[in-house]
Structure formats: C-alpha cells, structure tokens
Unconditional design. Structure first.
Length: 600
C-alpha cells in the first residue's frame, strides 16, 4: 500500500538510534525469549545431558592421556607383552569415547532443533501480533525482508549458538581437567644453565597460555572485520532473494510490458552487491587462515620444543614426554578455541545483531515507534464515530511542511447505518486516512472516536487470498467450518460467483485463478458472511467493470445494519447508495487549506 512506502521513506532517520544495544543487552533479550518459550524444559534437559556427556568425555580423555606413559614406555623398552596389553586398554577407552561422541552429536542436533523451534516461534508470535507486522513495514530498513530474519537468521543463530556453546563448555572442561595435569608435569622440569639449576612452576602451562594468547590476538587483528562483513552478507542475500521473488510473482506484467531487460539489470545489481561482500569475506577468511592454520601447524612441534630441554637433560622419559605433549595440546586446544572459532563467532555475532534488532523492532513498533503520533484516537460510544479537526500528515513528523491534508468538515458524527463517501482533492493520498481509521497511520492532528476494532471490517483495494480450499479462502480469517455450505453458497450467489459453489473443497492458487473482479467479489462474499457493524472500504470499486461496480454497490445498499464508509471516488456507489459525502483538502505550506474542490 502507498502509506507503507511513505512510512518507509519517512522513518529512515529513526532506524539506527533505537537499536544501539550492547552485547549483553542482546544476550539478555535472547535469554528472555528462550525462558518464555514452550520448549524451555526440553532445552534444559538436553543441556544437562550434554554437560554430563562432556564431563564424561573429559574424564575419558584424561585416561587416554595417562595411557601415553605406559604405551610409549613399552615401545622404548621394546616390551611386546606390555605393548599388546596397552592396545587392549586403548580399545576400551576409544570405544567409550566413540560412544560418547555419537551421543553428543545426537543431543547436539536435538538441542539445535529445539532452540530453533523456540526462537522462530517467538519471533513469529511477536511478528503476527495485532497490526505489529504491518507497523514494522513503516520502520524503515529493519522492516525490509522479515522472512530472512524469521527463517535464515533464526536458523543460523540457533544452530551456531548451540554449536559454539557446546564447544565453549567442552573447551572449558578440558582446560580445567588438563591444566592441573600439565601443571603437575611441569613441577619436575628442572633447567640447567651455566652450572645453575632452576625450575619455573607451571612452566608448560604458561607456555601454552602465551602461545594461545598470541594466536588469539593475531586472529582478532586479522579477522575483526568479519562481523560487519557477515552482517552485510545476510542483508544483501535477503535483498537478492526478495528481487527474485518479486520478479517471479509479477512475470506476466513484466513480460507484457517488455521489462525483462530492466529486471535483469536490477537483479544483476543485487547479485553484484552479494558477490562484492562475498569477495571481501573471502579475502578476510584467507587472511585469517594464515593465522589459524599457521598456529595450528606450529602446535605440532611447539610442545615438543617446550619440553625438549627437560627431556634431553634426562629428567623425563619418552612416555612422560608424550604425556606432557598430549596434555599441552589439550590445554592449548582449549585455550585456542577462540582462535579456531573466530570466523564462526563473527558469523554468530552478525546473526545475533540482526535477530535482536528485529525482535527489538517488533516490541518497539508497538509502543515507542508512535511517539510522534499526534492524532488522538479513542473508543467511541456504541454505534457512533466522531471526527474532530482531523488532519493527516504524510510525514512521521506532523509539524513538517509536507503537503498533508485534512477533512474539510471539522466536526463529523457518523451514526448507525449511515452511508458515507470520503473523496478529496487531486493528489491527496486517501489511503492514509483509510490507514488512520485502521489505527495503522497515527501521524497527524485532531481527534478520532472510533468503534471497537472487533466491530469494524476493513476492505483494502488489494485483496489477499490465502492458500487452501475455496471454503478456507472465503471464511478467512475464521475457521473453514465457521460457516455452513448453505451460507457460503448463498453469499457466492449474491455477489455473482455462483459458478464457484461446486468448488468449495477444491484446493488451488485462487489468487492466480481469479481475476481482479472475481477477487473483490469474493472479498464481498467474505464480508457478507462476517456481518460487520462497521465497514470501511478503500476505493474497492475502482478499476472494476461497470456491471461489477453496479452489482457490488447494490450489495452494499442492502446492508441496513452496517455503517459503510467508502474512502475514494465511485459514481456507481454515489448513484446506487446515495451516501453523505465528506471532502479531503490538501494543505498548503504552513498548514492552511486550499480552496476545496466541490464535492461529488
């Protein structure tokens, strides 16, 4: 609708200031979403099971590390019996670790599944609360392509959160388990230099910490820009997918207009933007690989170099050397978890920012987003609507000189059963008034006393037909069984769609099978079934065949218990219904009205 485009342009200056959230604020927001989720207990139980498996795995790895001493000592002594005995011991430890690894993989997948369920349902629940999704479209860039955030971003965030959290816990447990082992091994390391002997408590622990710290610092310096690049990538990918979907949905109009070349150019621009970001990510990933791969390969020889002076001094057996090397590698692997996962962490942070911005915008759009609203809206007494000095702004700042408009009649009272038509000067965006009646466009001045929302039915010019059977389509948003076949058949006959009565249980893309006239007739059939007390129409007769306009106007005339407000111009509606006409007049710069055009 036009008012959505107006809002998108007007609110661009409001996009960023409201989403300057700290990292911990974002974490608290997502924890709150999880804690109120219906899958909370499943996630807690799976997390407890995973923690148990991680602790058991750490214990098994300690046993495997201790196994190094007798195994390598048996090789050094060429003790064949001990060698085979240690192979049997290894088989038991390895089998236990294999079982734990398989179980951890399964629990990991299930945890990611339930995390995604909880997050996606939370976002969808907030998104589709009353009027919130449509208000979000008036929130600038954050309202563009919500499907990307609801689908891909939610999936990425849930899966990466699960994987990274499990990895961090596992690294922490390994660090706590092996740092003591490595410290104990380092106690016996005595260095001889120039006739002097000395020892460094925890020598190999400090070596592992220093090496991991250098690797982490280099990773941060080289790969820090990946967070921003990944956020840009998700945004550009969403824009490309939206362009492709929009083109696919409008192929007929594009082909008839000969616009394939224009669409191709637009899509190629979006493709180029995606490729440019991917190229930057590839360069950043390549530079980061110099650090991660380089420090990884050096880790093969570094622990041996660190322990070599003690080994060559004869203070350490070959088995003890291999045990020290194994413990060093475990501690280093735990400490370098940040290095090894820097790219994944950058991607996770980028997704976290997008999802939390989206969730914050959903909550924000229901409250603070309308802090500039000036139209005072209240609930009217039953059966009455009053409009006092109503002025509609075409900008989110009502004080701006922006060519808004106002209702020429300063005090209007609309009673039960009245027929109203509101037209206006050329160039007046009447749809903003329609949106204001629906409590979707709050910007302007004056007062509106409106009936309760449950008493009002709004019919937009663009008719939405959901997927499903014709019975489900005509009953929308009510349940398909809310109306009997007899009732549905009667209203279809009344609006001139009697030929469809035999297709009530047929499932099809009705939005493509029916033409514009039939779609609006179907919307009128839906209205007849729902029997609203107040009916507000957004120029729904415009563009229809004259016979169809005449017929639907007669349908409106035969609704004695419904108050009808037609926002727009229609000769057929005036001729058949004989409404009271109200007029919208454009405002000059400074807020004064121009001379009104005579009402139709």
């Amino acid at each position: 609708m036009e008012y959505q485009d107006t809002a998108n342009q007007s609110l661009s200056e409001l996009d960023q200031s409201e989403f300057d959230l700290s990292f911990f604020s974002r974490i608290r927001m997502m924890f709150s979403a999880f804690w109120t989720s219906r899958v909370r207990m499943k996630v807690i139980l799976l997390s407890a099971a995973l923690l148990t498996i991680i602790l058991a795995t750490a214990y098994a790895q300690i046993l495997l590390n201790r196994w190094n001493v007798p195994f390598y000592d048996s090789l050094e002594r060429r003790d064949i019996n001990e060698f085979f005995h240690q192979l049997v011991v290894f088989s038991g430890i390895a089998s236990f670790l294999l079982l734990l690894n398989v179980a951890q993989t399964w629990f990991n997948q299930m945890l990611a599944l339930y995390m995604r369920e909880g997050l996606t349902r939370d976002l969808v629940d907030h998104w589709l609360k009353e009027k919130r999704a449509l208000r979000l479209t008036a929130s600038g860039a954050i309202g563009v392509n919500p499907d990307q955030r609801l689908h891909e971003d939610a999936r990425n965030l849930s899966e990466s959160t699960t994987g990274l959290t499990i990895g961090l816990v596992q690294a922490t447990v390994l660090l706590a388990s092996f740092i003591g082992v490595l410290w104990h091994l380092s106690e016996g390391f005595v260095f001889h230099l120039g006739g002097n002997s000395f020892s460094i408590p925890g020598y190999m622990v400090w070596a592992a910490v220093l090496y991991a710290g250098i690797a982490s610092l280099l990773s941060q310096l080289v790969g820090g820009r990946l967070v921003r690049l990944n956020a840009d990538r998700y945004s550009k990918e969403a824009e490309l997918r939206f362009s492709l979907m929009r083109t696919n949905e409008n192929l007929s109009a594009i082909t008839l207009a000969g616009g394939e070349e224009n669409e191709r150019r637009h899509i190629n621009v979006d493709i180029s933007r995606v490729l440019a970001v991917l190229r930057s990510i590839a360069i950043a990933q390549t530079n980061l690989t110099w650090v991660t791969a380089g420090t990884g390969w050096l880790a093969v020889i570094v622990p041996i170099l660190v322990a070599a002076p003690v080994y060559f001094a004869g203070s350490l057996t070959f088995g003890g050397l291999m045990m020290a090397v194994g413990a060093f590698n475990q501690v280093y692997a735990a400490l370098r978890w940040y290095v090894a996962n820097f790219s994944a962490i950058a991607d996770w942070k980028a997704t976290l920012i997008r999802v939390t911005n989206f969730r914050h915008a959903l909550l924000y759009s229901n409250g603070k987003a309308h802090e500039h609203a000036k139209i005072e809206v209240m609930t009217a007494p039953p059966g009455v609507m009053t409009l006092s000095d109503v002025e509609i702004s075409t900008h989110v700042n009502p004080t701006a000189s922006n060519g808004g408009f106002r209702l020429h009649e300063t005090d209007v009272r609309i009673g039960p059963g009245e027929r109203i038509m509101i037209n206006g000067d050329y160039g007046v965006n009447r749809r903003l008034l329609f949106a204001a009646f629906a409590r979707l466009w709050p910007w302007g001045k004056g007062k509106m006393a409106l009936p309760p929302g449950t008493d009002m039915l709004f019919m937009a010019q663009t008719i939405y037909l959901p997927e499903g059977t014709l019975r489900e389509v005509i009953a929308y948003p009510e349940d398909k069984d809310a109306f009997s076949s007899t009732e549905i058949s009667a209203v279809l006959e009344r609006v001139g769609l009697g030929r469809l009565t035999s297709m009530l249980d047929n499932q099809a893309r009705w939005d493509r099978l029916l033409d514009t006239d039939d779609k609006r007739c179907l919307a009128f059939a839906n209205m007849l079934l729902r029997k609203p007390r107040w009916l507000v129409l957004d120029d729904v007769l415009e563009g229809l065949e004259p016979d169809c306009q005449q017929h639907l106007s007669e349908v409106l005339r035969e609704l004695p218990d419904t108050t009808i407000i037609y926002v727009g111009r229609s000769e057929a509606y005036v001729r058949v219904v004989n409404p009271r006409v109200l007029h919208l007049e454009r405002l000059r710069t400074g807020g004064s009205a121009k001379e009104p055009v005579p009402a139709e």
